[in-house]
Design a protein around this ligand. Structure first.
Ligand code: SAH
Ligand code: SF4
Ligand code: F3S
Length: 463
């Protein structure tokens, strides 16, 4: 567990004192549940870091908790519905235990209508705060505890980074390192620029220091985070681009993997792929969301690249890294997309031969440009297209899996597969290999031989 020595945050001691009083001197217990992307997971680790500094212990059981915090995601309606459902279920928990404190933070709360809804429909929620107010958590807790009033603090704050804030990492060997916050791209379907604010890059020396500390502490995998890491460096005092940042981290001595996400195709450069090809620590695998294979739809999405440019990038990456593999995000049923246009997405998937796809049915987000577009295709119809896409990708996955039988793969062992009890490791390309072995391998690299593939699930043995 890495800890950065920091001066205490305002009201941290005071809030910790009141909290301890409330729990009768026993260490207070918190449940922090995070929804959404890795950026949110990283924020959740900072929330837990602050709570740990206040003396909190942690649980997954709502019944055990003195403080429950939902760190929410707004990217699709389904993500929000889950939060509302789970929040509703807390009503009874609070009835049984009136001293329970409840907070909602993260991307959902940055939408005014959502903050209002929580205020009105969930009166048992004590604190609501946005993605840029995390550092003010002790102060908010202090207000609630000392004045018995609800606190709402979203849509403001200017502290996008956890610089100087404590982090309580979920893993002892895999770490998230934010390199930038926010997004300037305004893809027409996407809520992220509205809830995370404008793009801001973190100083390279701060990133490098954090990575060095992680490597020295024995971390085996570092994933750099940003909504569009390829535009890293804009607005920094000293100009530096993402490839330069990658090279400086790659130069650190140690046995670790360096990953990054997400790369926007419009800003992916030959230099990025050259950097990956020449690196010691970066696996030859890249997540490069294409969203749609049709040029009209890409224009309507405001993605700023076309199908040919995307395929050119793939081609260049393969020319400098013949073993490179790709994953991607796809949206099915963007407003006005026709079945013929959707077919272009399928042919692009076949042309690139992705190892894995994260596939989404379009979900309208209030306030975005696409939410105002005509959307004549029914959800039922979109669900059929979606199933068609999954079938295409399953075939590709099955073939790629078979192609790996007999190969030797170095994997980072992440834990045990709950179903089989076997060790579960991940290849540089991000595929899971199951194999027999002792617990001492968890958090270590192991050399395996692939014996069998079922879809993209690989079985192997250690060599
Ligand atoms: N910054 C990243 C993506 C972040 S959101 C990028 O540009 O690649 C993760 C994924 O969610 C997106 O890539 C997109 O495929 C999906 N997504 C975003 N908004 C969506 C919406 N309104 N409906 C359906 N899927 C959406
Ligand atoms: Fe959303 Fe586009 Fe920004 Fe990604 S790049 S977060 S899809 S607006
Ligand atoms: Fe969701 Fe916010 Fe991430 S909307 S996808 S948690 S940036």
């Amino acid at each position: 567990m890495e800890k950065i020595a920091t001066p205490a945050l305002p009201f941290l001691q005071e809030a910790a004192g009141l909290m301890a009083e409330r729990t009768g001197g026993k260490p207070p217990v918190a449940l922090v549940r995070t929804y959404g992307c890795q950026q949110n997971v990283a924020d959740g680790e900072t929330v837990k870091g602050i709570l740990a500094q206040m003396g909190f212990a942690f649980t997954d059981d709502p019944e055990q908790a003195d403080f429950i915090l939902f760190n929410t995601c707004a990217v699709r309606e389904h993500a929000e519905d889950r939060v509302y459902g789970n929040l509703g279920a807390l009503k009874n928990v609070k009835r049984r235990k009136p001293s329970l404190l409840i907070a909602v933070c993260g991307c959902m709360t940055e939408q005014q209508q959502v903050a209002e809804k929580i205020k009105k429909s969930f009166p048992f929620v004590d604190i609501v705060f946005g993605t840029r107010a995390i550092h003010r958590l002790p102060e908010m807790l202090f207000s609630v505890l000392s004045e018995s009033r609800r606190v709402f603090l979203s849509g403001q704050g200017d502290r996008p980074f956890s610089e100087g804030l404590p982090i309580r990492r979920d893993s002892a060997f895999r770490a998230w390192v934010p390199v930038m916050a926010g997004c300037d791209n305004f893809c027409s379907y996407c809520i992220v620029p509205y809830v995370r604010g404008r793009e801001k890059s973190r100083r390279p020396e701060d990133i490098l220091r954090e990575c060095r500390e992680l490597v020295n502490a024995g971390y085996r995998e570092i994933t750099l985070l940003g909504q569009n890491v390829n535009s890293y460096g804009k607005g920094l005092a000293e100009p530096v681009n993402f490839s330069q940042l990658l090279r400086s981290i790659d130069a650190l001595e140690g046995d670790f993997r360096l990953r990054f996400m997400t790369s926007h195709p419009k800003d992916a450069t030959p230099e990025l792929f050259d950097t990956m090809a020449a690196s010691r620590h970066i696996p030859h695998n890249i997540h490069l969301p294409f969203q749609s294979g049709n040029d009209r739809v890409l224009r309507a999405m405001n993605r700023k690249y076309d199908r040919a440019q995307y395929l050119e990038l793939i081609c260049y990456a393969r020319s400098v890294m013949p073993d490179v593999s790709f994953t991607s995000d796809v949206i099915v049923g963007f407003p006005g997309e026709t079945y013929e246009e959707f077919q272009d997405t399928l042919t692009l998937i076949q042309a690139v031969d992705f190892t894995n796809l994260f596939t989404f049915i379009y979900s309208p987000r209030e306030g975005t440009v696409a939410a105002g577009m005509e959307d004549p295709v029914t959800h039922e119809e979109k669900t059929r297209w979606f199933a068609e896409l999954l079938r295409v990708q399953e075939e590709i996955a099955a073939r790629r899996g078979q192609g790996m039988v007999g190969a030797q793969e170095r994997v980072l062992v992440e834990g045990r597969d709950p179903k089989t009890g076997l060790l579960s490791g991940r290849t540089g390309g991000g595929l899971v290999v199951l194999f027999a072995g002792g617990d001492e391998w968890i958090g270590q690299f192991a050399q395996t031989e692939i014996l069998e593939a079922r879809g993209l699930q690989l079985w192997g043995r250690q060599i």
